[in-house]
Design a protein around this ligand. Structure first.
Ligand SMILES: Nc1nc2c(ncn2[C@@H]2O[C@H](COP(=O)(O)OP(=O)(O)OP(=O)(O)O)[C@@H](O)[C@H]2O)c(=O)[nH]1
Ligand SMILES: [Mg+2]
Length: 456
């Protein structure tokens, strides 16, 4: 597959100033030359161009001029894929871009599949698997924290830890295997202690990494927050305050919101999807019943619930029982309408995390944002935390590695046959190797790169 020259549109498809078509592979320059006519006079063929230079000219197909472009020539190995790369900057219209891509394909390139450029960067050893995943994280980053975490991973911070971990288990594995070949020689007690210590160290490294999994998921995926409460409590007004713009209709008519309304925001660097709902009240109205059902679904999918109460009114039995129902969900009670004379106060809400706000004038909204952050993240988010944050694939592999590692430690301690020890040590080492891509299967690579966009 690496023999092919591949091509794809690397920019989002749509109308824009420019679009970039990227070509990578052995014949990238030849493909470029067969459709590009330089006009600057500096070169007559791309084949004569120096690496990392850009050239003005026209794209032609069958003597017909398709577009006026700038073409970049980058020769291996100093490129993203470590292959020759040609990038055509053409006009960004959908038709113009497709016409140039068609010409490139007719000239002998094959259309790339999702993530194929990054896969080549991996297969040629330019980046490892965690760095390839970081490329995808970087593109998908919706918050500044997610971006920082992706950059650290792309930088190789996670790879370093994984390689250090793998060195430890490899060292012990090599030692154990050497002794399997000489069954008459026992491992010296001192050496044995050293080996066990190394494995213990590896186990604690794994534990440290596993401890970052929740934060990692939070940073990448963000959280869902459902806004629940009685009609007219001010749920939609609160949504609008949290978003900073008027997303949902607000009125003094109870039952204004019927369908659920979701909108994404960034709260203290965390991606939060807020879901405004109709609430959970009993009703005879059919449409409202559907709204209540949807509210309940949102409640069940939420990582956090904001339960909104109108603090200028006494608590109803309905609200009391809804609040009691929430005990199994992570929730914050929002005492809304703090601009009006208060009937409910935080001191009356025992055992609940409460925040007073006014969704009319914005009072208390910053404290609510702090409370949202605190509910998912205890303490400050430090730059150190962002350095290493594993994803669910890494977590799964590390859990496998840990189980086998514990078995081998136990076996070494209890003097089990070295053959047996080596089996588990190898499973553990391979599982760790999977994370950076030192041990891979085609399925594993497919499942990672298929989630990428075409052109990356
Ligand atoms: N004084 C005051 N009025 C508020 C506040 N928040 C909301 N309101 C008013 O309360 C009424 C209901 O607000 P909404 O945001 O529509 O309430 P809701 O909970 O979404 O209502 P439904 O969608 O009908 O369930 C509107 O007249 C708002 O202007 C507040 O903090 N202070
Ligand atoms: Mg509403």
């Amino acid at each position: 597959m690496l023999e092919d020259t591949i091509a794809a549109i690397a920019t989002p498809l749509g109308e824009g100033g420019i679009a970039i078509i990227r070509i990578s592979g052995k014949n990238a320059v030849t493909v470029g030359d067969s459709i590009f006519k330089p006009l600057s006079g500096a070169i007559n063929h791309l084949a004569n161009a120096k690496s990392h230079t850009i050239h003005y000219g026209h794209i032609h197909l069958n003597k017909q001029r398709l577009d006026e472009v700038m073409v970049t020539v980058m020769r291996e190995p100093a490129t993203f894929t470590r292959e020759d790369i040609i990038e055509i900057n053409c006009h960004g219209g959908i038709q113009a871009t497709k016409a140039v891509l068609d010409a490139v394909l007719k000239a002998g390139a094959r259309l790339a599949v999702s993530g194929e450029f990054t896969k080549r960067a991996f297969l040629h050893g330019r980046i490892d698997l965690t760095q390839a995943e970081a490329v995808s994280d970087l593109i998908n980053a919706r918050t500044s924290l997610a971006l920082s975490a992706a950059n650290e991973q792309l930088d190789g911070k996670l790879s370093q830890r994984i390689n250090q971990l793998r060195d430890n288990t490899m060292h012990v594995l090599a030692h154990v295997e050497a002794h399997i070949d000489f069954p008459d020689e026992d491992i010296e007690p001192d050496t044995m202690d050293g080996l066990i210590q190394r494995l213990e160290k590896a186990k604690s490294l794994i534990d440290q990494l596993l401890a970052t999994a929740n934060d990692g998921q939070l940073i990448r995926r963000g959280i869902r927050v459902a806004i629940i409460g009685k009609p007219n409590a001010g749920k939609s007004s609160l949504l609008n305050q949290l978003l900073g713009h008027d997303r949902a209709i607000v009125s003094n008519i109870a039952g204004t919101t019927r369908d659920t309304i979701s909108e994404e925001a960034q709260i203290r660097g965390i991606k939060v999807v807020f879901v405004d709902t109709a609430g959970l009240q009993e009703t005879d109205d059919q449409i409202e019943q559907e709204g209540v059902k949807r509210s309940r679904d949102s409640l069940n999918q939420a990582d956090l619930v904001l339960y909104v109460l109108d603090a200028s009114e006494p608590m109803t039995a309905d609200s009391e029982s809804s609040l009691a129902d929430l005990s199994s969900h992570k929730h914050i009670v929002v005492l809304n309408k703090s601009d009006l004379p208060a009937v409910l106060s935080p001191t009356k809400m025992q055992d609940c995390k409460t925040v007073s706000v006014s969704s009319i004038n914005g009072e208390g909204i910053e404290s609510l944002k702090d409370a949202i952050q605190a509910s998912v993240w205890d303490g400050e988010i430090t730059s150190e935390m962002l350095e290493v944050m594993i994803n669910s694939r890494h977590q799964e592999a590390l859990n496998r590695a840990k189980t086998s590692l514990e078995t081998s430690i136990y076996q070494l301690r209890s003097g089990a046959e070295l053959d047996l020890v080596s089996v588990d040590l190898r499973i553990s080492t391979n599982a760790i190797g999977e994370i950076v891509g030192k041990t891979t299967t085609e399925n594993l690579l497919d499942s990672i790169f298929s989630t990428f966009c075409i052109g990356k």
